[in-house]
Design a protein around this ligand. Sequence first.
Ligand code: COA
Length: 189
Amino acid sequence: MPAVDVRAASVVDDGLRAELLACWVDVTNAGGAVGFVPPVSSDDVGPVLDRLLDGVTSGRDVLCVLTVDGATAGFAALVGSSSPLRRHWATVLRVQVHPSLQGHGLGRQLMAGVHRIAVEHGWEFLSLTARGGTGVDGFYRGLGYTEVGRIPGAVRVAAGDDRDEILLVHRLPGPGARGPVPALVDPGA
Ligand SMILES: CC(C)(COP(=O)(O)OP(=O)(O)OC[C@H]1O[C@@H](n2cnc3c(N)ncnc32)[C@H](O)[C@@H]1OP(=O)(O)O)[C@@H](O)C(=O)NCCC(=O)NCCS
């Protein structure tokens, strides 16, 4: 059995940056919905990755790195809020598993690691957005996320192809999760 791990990385050296960049480029060019439409190159994705890593090195955000037998296989970022009123919330960004490894449960394991790391950092609620028309919101619903809204046509993937941006939220287990938050009540629970 391969050894699967998800760790919080606060320091990103050149080697890890190169692996993250290669993953993001490959995921996008395989059709993944992580901020771009294909085709992309390292020159397109690199500056966006570096902005993400700026938040990580500042200490506000957390990079969650998925490894399989020690090799980088995917990642996600937990982005905190600078507002004192939203310190219990984080946004999950750039969730991805390398295309060569998708469909074998690693995305589920990555998100379990993201949730564990978020709890360790004291976050109580997570939000994220999914691109309409990709079906990926189904991935998050299967992990306990609830749709709380959508912005029609917010994502223009091509001329004449506008997609909804779907907002999903998830309440993490822990002491802060006791208070009622009506928008998060799952009618099926
Ligand atoms: C989305 C992603 C992270 C899922 O990772 P994965 O390793 O392929 O997913 P898993 O094998 O762990 O699947 C877990 C469950 O989610 C479902 N699922 C996975 N991707 C799905 C998708 N795109 N649409 C609907 N359901 C999906 C699986 O069928 C599986 O369901 P099951 O437990 O009932 O069998 C991965 O496919 C990916 O990197 N996609 C490209 C990037 C992307 O679009 N990211 C989303 C940004 S919002």
